[in-house]
Design a protein around this ligand. Structure first.
Ligand SMILES: Cc1cc2nc3c(=O)[nH]c(=O)nc-3n(C[C@H](O)[C@H](O)[C@H](O)COP(=O)(O)OP(=O)(O)OC[C@H]3O[C@@H](n4cnc5c(N)ncnc54)[C@H](O)[C@@H]3O)c2cc1C
Ligand code: FES
Length: 245
């Protein structure tokens, strides 16, 4: 049976940086880290929902970290506590934590940090290092301090951490597994490095989505094992299975 949309109440919708917000919504869900919801504002005309990863979740709430990119996320940013929101999920495969053991690295670029916080919380028994790259300023990283062992930063501007790309300072040799989410060019570099060092790599892929449940084939990507739907077969893929340039 296909999952159905639920209407939930917004508890908080707070700006955390220029165009970046955290929206906390009421609801109790059994979530695998790395899963996402299709989200849309209730009562406002907007044909398609927007996929958002679970940033955090707990008893009675789910939260999303999102960046305003276009019309849908702009509408979301204007919503207030007490407003209703329509949500379908949790969707997708998420990170299989039984594959994730030992010393782990999370490598994220900007808003690619979204699936990592809840995942770090659930990686009990692993030593986890976070590598986070930003264009100008660092945001949201403080929330990870409680759940990871070390945090390494890079900014294009040089305002914090290494001046340049996070991939410049990331060395997979120290890790048994790497989780990655961010711009495709960054993920390609991380995959190549991990393959070279024979380290397990899982990536969370981003595609534009329509249905979110595997029915429309709108989110298809090519892999070494044929075409896959990012919403249903992913969004998490083994980095060795995806086709890189
Ligand atoms: C599984 C999954 C999880 C995601 N989780 C998050 C999250 O936690 N936080 C977050 O901020 N974003 C996340 N995204 C991206 C988010 O869904 C898009 O930013 C959002 O759909 C944009 O909608 P919009 O109406 O604001 O912009 P639109 O008006 O639809 O698009 C504006 C412009 O943004 C670009 N764009 C929009 N969507 C995408 C996309 N999926 N891939 C590449 N470019 C795109 C296009 O250039 C487009 O022209 C996720 C995407 C996927 C597939
Ligand atoms: S969005 Fe419809 S199949 Fe993935």
């Amino acid at each position: 049976m296909l999952p159905v949309y639920a209407t939930n109440k917004i508890l908080k919708n707070t700006k955390v940086y220029k165009n970046i917000f955290i929206m906390t919504v009421s609801g109790n869900y059994d979530i695998i880290p790395g899963q996402f919801f299709m989200v849309r504002s209730w009562g406002i005309e907007l044909l398609l929902s927007r996929p958002l990863s679970v940033f955090d979740a707990g008893c009675g709430y789910v939260s999303f970290l999102y960046e305003i990119r276009g019309r849908g996320t702009k509408i979301l940013s204007g919503m207030k506590a007490g407003d209703s929101i329509s949500m379908l999920g949790p969707l997708g495969n998420g990170f299989d934590l039984s594959n994730i053991k030992g010393r782990a690295a999370m490598v994220a670029g900007g808003i690619g940090l979204t699936p990592m916080l809840y995942t770090a919380k659930k990686m009990v028994g692993c030593e986890v290092d976070l590598y986070a790259g930003f264009r100008e300023d660092v945001y949201i990283v403080d929330k990870f301090k409680e759940y990871v062992d070390n945090i390494y930063l890079a900014t294009d501007s040089g305002k914090a951490g290494h001046k340049g790309f996070i991939t410049d300072i990331f060395d997979p040799k120290k890790y048994s597994v790497v989780l990655c989410c961010g711009p495709w060019t960054m993920m390609e570099k991380v995959i190549k490095k991990c393959i070279k060092c024979d380290v397990l790599i899982f990536i969370s892929m981003e595609r534009r989505m329509a249905c979110g449940v595997g029915a429309c084939l709108g989110c298809t990507c090519k892999t070494k094992n044929g075409n896959k739907r990012v919403c249903k077969d992913g969004p998490v893929f083994n980095g060795r299975d995806v086709i890189i340039g």
